[in-house]
Design a protein around this ligand. Structure first.
Ligand SMILES: Cc1cc2nc3c(=O)[nH]c(=O)nc-3n(C[C@H](O)[C@H](O)[C@H](O)COP(=O)(O)OP(=O)(O)OC[C@H]3O[C@@H](n4cnc5c(N)ncnc54)[C@H](O)[C@@H]3O)c2cc1C
Length: 352
């Protein structure tokens, strides 16, 4: 078994401790907050990297927006819903404003998001295999843990841990990860070249096909097949005209989306790309998802009400001065999956 559980890794460590085993690695959660502002808010063509007192700040052009981030502070509260505070937001604005002619204010902010980095805390033990910033450990026969690393190193992490598992199984074949195209990559260049033709054949604008190709690669053909079957799905999503209604249907049919927030905050970025944070898209998206997932009127209303509560709780948390108050405000909206709040690992320090 391989566990790649990010900031939840220490839960596994606790279970290993309970049976008298040394886990070999520990992870600490570091909160990173980003702001999203419209492209018009900053005059400029290229991204910026600024040096701050403790780290760096990125200002990155992203579609019709800029992303400004990030913070880096320890987080010991609810790991499922880390909350950005007013202090995080003020810090980011004050840093970026040191180099802008027109200072940004909270009125410029379209979206705010917070995530947790799983950082290795301390050295992994001698049985571990350290590579860059991640570690692979084998605290007991048949169980491998991998943690740390970055998005940009995920293939190295995967190859390291899978090679180790394969070795345990007595196989010698080397990892093929580096040669496997990502989902949607196969034939992408030809589709991009022929995008005008693709648009004509499916009766949509070329800009729509470009947007779909950038999001789905060759799976664009599956999204366009939905539009062929029901031309209404080729119309824009309410409140987020850069997305097609078909993308919501596709998320429920093919991308495992079960709740409104899966679509508005994860499969798409509508919750951080619009100043209404997805509220103006919620009803329409619930209709589209409901048609796939069999939601009746009551289920649709529940999903919309939950999403509304989530946005309100996030907005409230972002007015709070510190993590504890922001976490309490964020927990005002229960998890849509019905999970109890996750109060950090609550672990005694696991021996290394
Ligand atoms: C604000 C921020 C900015 C970042 N910027 C960058 C960047 O610019 N470049 C970069 O390369 N990286 C960046 N990162 C780091 C990157 O996001 C992480 O390093 C990466 O997501 C770690 O991947 P992971 O798979 O180890 O853990 P995660 O992505 O945390 O995944 C762990 C998964 O395990 C699941 N899980 C937990 N417990 C269980 C269980 N018991 N059973 C089943 N599943 C379970 C969780 O649901 C989760 O999906 C950033 C992170 C943050 C927060």
């Amino acid at each position: 078994m391989i566990a790649a559980t990010g900031v939840w890794s220490d839960d596994m460590s606790r279970m290993l401790n309970d049976v008298g085993l040394r886990p070999g690695l520990r992870v600490r959660a570091s909160k990173g907050v980003h702001l999203v502002v419209p492209r018009s808010a900053i005059v400029g063509e290229t991204g910026l990297i600024l040096r701050t007192a403790t780290s760096v700040l990125f200002v990155i052009p992203w579609g019709g927006h800029w992303i400004i981030g990030t913070t880096d502070t320890d987080w010991q509260l609810d790991r499922s819903h880390p909350a950005a505070t007013a202090s995080d937001i003020d810090y980011l604005l004050s840093q970026v404003n040191t180099v802008l002619d027109r200072p940004l204010t909270t009125a410029d902010i379209e979206g705010v998001y917070a995530g947790l980095r799983p950082l290795l805390s301390g050295e992994a033990d001698s049985t571990s295999k350290l590579s860059r910033e991640h570690a692979v450990v084998e605290p007991m026969l048949g169980l491998l843990l991998v943690a740390g690393g970055k998005y940009t190193t995920y293939r190295v992490m995967a190859a390291d841990v899978v090679d180790r598992a394969v070795h345990r199984l007595g196989w010698t074949r080397p990892s093929r990860t580096a040669d496997l195209p990502l989902l949607g990559a196969d034939g992408y260049a030809a589709l991009w070249r022929d995008r005008a033709d693709l648009a004509r054949r499916h009766g949509v604008a070329v800009g729509v096909v470009e947007h779909l190709l950038e999001r789905y690669g060759n799976l664009t053909l599956d999204v366009l097949a939905l539009v062929d079957a029901d031309p209404l799905l080729g119309s824009p999503l309410a409140g987020a005209p850069e997305y097609l209604a078909a993308e919501v249907t596709y998320a429920a049919r093919a991308e495992g989306a079960l709740h409104l927030e899966d679509v508005l905050t994860r499969r798409t970025r509508i919750s951080i790309e619009t100043s209404h944070r997805g509220l103006e898209s919620a009803e329409h998206a619930a209709e589209l998802m409901g048609a796939v997932l069999g939601w009746d009127a009551a289920a649709r209303a529940r999903e919309v009400a939950h999403y509304r509560a989530r946005v309100e709780a996030e907005r409230e948390s972002q007015l709070m001065a510190d993590d504890i108050a922001a976490d309490a405000a964020r927990l005002g909206a229960p998890d849509v999956r019905g999970f109890a709040a996750d109060r950090g690992s609550g672990l005694p320090a696991a021996p290394r």
